[in-house]
Each structure stands twice: as structure tokens, then as C-alpha cells.
Design a protein around this ligand. Structure first.
Ligand SMILES: Cc1ncc(COP(=O)(O)O)c(C=O)c1O
Length: 376
């Protein structure tokens, strides 16, 4: 820090110039986040000073959070769900497993996750002192329920299913996992960080949320397909006791108890989520998801024309293409300023089609991809 400050305008100039180094969203096919809706940004700014670390001081903002949880609960078939807004899918997954661990204390607890699970579960296991057991996937890259059941032992405390996997956008058979969880008396967490605001708006119905008896908790991220601002993920529990299992007393605050991992916690992104939910409604999200899925179909058709097949038939707005040397293709795309990632197993070129991908941009991208692959 310098001894004397500089004028506000100069600081903003400095920031603006540095921000130019960031990649504009329209060139990005590797992220599960997108440009927030303009109303979300406005609401965010209006609540910028709020702190739900001490909700007694911010009862209005607290009411907004309760409304967001209720809106998500009603969308995901648990109108009386209990939960709160966390900093992201990682925070929600950690807290869900912490609740499961606290409700069923064991000396050497383990949880069973699909091989396709996000790396946030590695963090959760490390922090919570839980062993991870990874269940195998079937040929469509969904978790194999038989593999899950085989891994259960007397120290298993929870099962995890993914609704919208990070790499392939696949949806695990949550109803079958729930049947296993119920028959063994286990907690079942669904990581729908990505899919939670996609799957309810698809034409096809998938059992993935609290409609499935046996689902104990669910992660869903408004800062991904919800077009809200960062940080906004929701952790939802079917039963209040699960939230209670996270309670820590906070003697020196105006509020007496906290269930959150974060202490100081912004209300800004919560207000942003409320604003965008109210403004778009279910029909607005259906429209966004339909547009993304139309782009996925367009890519699939173009790829077929180039002789390229997807690894799995796309289920959500992620398509993974079986190109030769995907890392090389990704780096050639990068030279043309396209940001695309590759999957690990099987290797492929992964495209996440977010609301910022317009038809015009997609056509430009596909033209470059054709050239790089040497297809006329
Ligand atoms: C399925 C899934 N779970 C969890 C996460 C972690 O979310 P965050 O980066 O918001 O912590 C991601 C991120 O992409 C994800 O795809």
C-alpha cells in the first residue's frame, strides 16, 4: 500500500485496465458460471453492506434468504425445506456431509461417492476426517447402483449422487440410490450444483430431487445456471434436524446460533438470487434451458457432420466430443481465444453451453473447430 492515496477516477481506470485481461464470457465454453442477469447485479449492489453472519441486525435480508430457500424448496419438491445460502457448491457439499457425519458419529466414517463426483468431495473428506469410497460408473457414465451397494460397510454414513456431473452433465439414478440409502438407513446427499436449475426445466423428467423419498439433502447453485451473482449456492435439507446438526453457539453476537460454515456472510448475492428468481419465474428458466439445449443439439448435429460423436448422448447442457487428441485441439482453440476444457476419463473435448453462448458465437466457434480439425 502506498503512503498517499490516488483519486477515485484513477483507481477505477487502473482496475478497468487490469480487468481487460479477463476473458469475456462469450469466448468461454469451460465454465459452469455465466454473466449474471442485470437485475441480479442491481439487487446485489443494493444489499452490498448486508451481513447475514448476524441476522438479528438484518431481519429484512434474512427474510429474503428464507424466501429463496422456500422458492427452491417448492421447485425441488420440498416446500418446507430447511437450509441456507452458502458460498458455492463446495461449501454446500462440505456442510451436507458435515451434517451427515454429526448425525451418525463413527470412529472411522466413510461415504460412497460416484467416480464422477466433483473434487469438492475430496476437500470435504479431508476437512471432516471421512474416507471416500468411489463407486464405478456404467457405460453411460452414471453411477452403478450395484457398485455403490457393494461398497457399503458398517462405517458408511452417507451416499452421494450427482444430478448434472461436472464433466459430462450426466444424471445419476437418484431413485435407485435412494432405495439403497433407505434400505441401509443411510443419509443421501444429491449434488445438483449444476443440474438443480437445469433438470426441472428439461422436457424429459428425471427423478433427482426431494420428490424421491430417501433424498436427505441437496446442493443447487444459483450462481451457475441460475444467472445470479457469485457467491450463491443453496444447501437444502428435508429435515430440520439436519440443519440442527450444524448448530454452533455464537455467544458474543446479537444472534445466538449459527448453522453456517462462513461467519460473515454477504446478503448481496442472496438478494440477487431472490431478484432473478422473482423476475424470471419458472417460465423464464425454461426458456433459458431450452435455448441452451437447442445449442447443444446444434453442436451435436455439426459434430456428426464432421464425423465426431459425443461421449454420451447429452442429457443436460454439457456435450463432450470424441475428437482425436482433445488437449491439442483445446490448445489450438485457445490460440484463437476460445476457452474449452477436456475431460479425464474418457478423454474428450468438453463444451458447457451456458446462457452467454449465442447462436452467432456458436457458429463462429464451430467454424474455427472445423478448421482446426481440418474438416471441410
Ligand atoms: C457438480 C458440481 N458440484 C460442485 C461444484 C463446486 O461448485 P463451486 O465451484 O461453486 O464451489 C461444481 C462446480 O462446477 C460442480 O459441477
Amino acid at each position: 500500500m502506498d503512503e498517499t492515496g490516488v483519486a477515485e477516477g484513477k483507481v477505477l481506470d487502473l482496475l478497468g485496465r487490469i480487468k481487460e485481461k479477463d476473458v469475456p464470457f462469450e469466448r468461454v465454453f469451460s465454465s459452469m458460471c455465466t454473466m449474471p442477469h442485470p437485475l441480479a447485479i442491481q439487487a446485489h449492489m443494493e444489499f452490498i453492506e448486508t451481513n447475514l453472519g448476524d441476522p438479528t441486525l438484518f431481519p429484512g435480508t434474512e427474510e429474503i434468504e428464507e424466501s429463496v430457500i422456500a422458492m427452491l424448496g417448492s421447485l425441488l419438491h420440498a416446500p418446507n425445506a430447511h437450509g441456507y445460502i452458502t458460498t458455492g457448491g463446495t461449501g454446500s457439499n462440505i456442510q451436507a456431509l458435515r451434517a451427515a457425519r454429526n448425525l451418525n458419529r463413527k470412529e472411522h466414517p466413510n461415504i460412497i461417492i460416484p467416480e464422477s463426483a466433483h473434487f469438492s468431495f475430496d476437500k470435504a473428506a479431508d476437512i471432516l476426517g471421512i474416507t471416500l469410497k468411489k463407486a464405478q460408473l456404467d457405460e453411460n457414465l452414471k453411477v452403478d447402483p450395484a457398485s455403490v451397494e457393494m461398497l457399503i460397510d458398517e462405517n458408511t454414513i452417507a451416499l452421494v449422487g450427482i444430478a448434472g456431473t461436472t464433466e459430462f452433465g450426466q444424471i445419476d439414478p437418484i431413485d435407485e440410490l435412494a432405495r439403497i440409502a433407505l434400505s441401509h438407513g443411510l443419509f443421501l446427499h444429491v449434488d445438483a450444483a449444476f443440474g438443480g436449475l437445469v433438470i426441472p426445466f428439461l422436457d424429459e423428467e428425471y427423478p433427482f430431487d426431494f420428490k424421491v423419498k430417501g433424498v436427505s439433502s441437496l446442493t443447487v447453485d444459483p450462481h451457475k445456471m441460475g444467472a445470479s451473482t457469485i457467491p450463491s449456492s443453496a444447501l437444502l435439507f428435508r429435515d430440520k434436524a439436519c440443519l440442527g446438526a450444524l448448530a454452533v453457539s455464537t455467544p458474543y453476537l446479537a444472534s445466538r446460533v449459527q448453522h453456517t460454515l462462513a461467519g460473515t456472510r454477504t446478503g448481496a448475492s442472496i438478494a440477487a438470487t431472490y431478484a432473478v428468481f422473482k423476475h424470471l419465474g419458472r417460465s423464464g428458466y425454461k426458456h433459458i434451458v431450452a435455448r441452451c439445449m437447442k445449442s447443444v443439439s446444434m453442436i451435436e448435429k455439426e459434430a456428426a457432420d464432421m464425423g465426431i460423436r459425443p461421449v454420451i448422448q447429452p442429457v443436460t447442457n454439457v456435450i463432450a466430443l470424441q475428437v482425436n487428441s482433445p488437449d491439442e485441439v483445446a490448445s489450438k482453440l485457445r490460440e484463437r481465444n476460445w476457452y474449452v476444457s477436456t475431460t479425464v476419463s474418457p478423454k474428450s473435448l468438453r463444451l458447457v453451453i451456458m446462457p452467454h453462448t449465442t447462436e452467432e458465437i456458436l457458429n463462429m466457434f464451430l467454424t474455427d473447430l472445423r478448421e482446426i480439425l481440418g474438416v471441410r
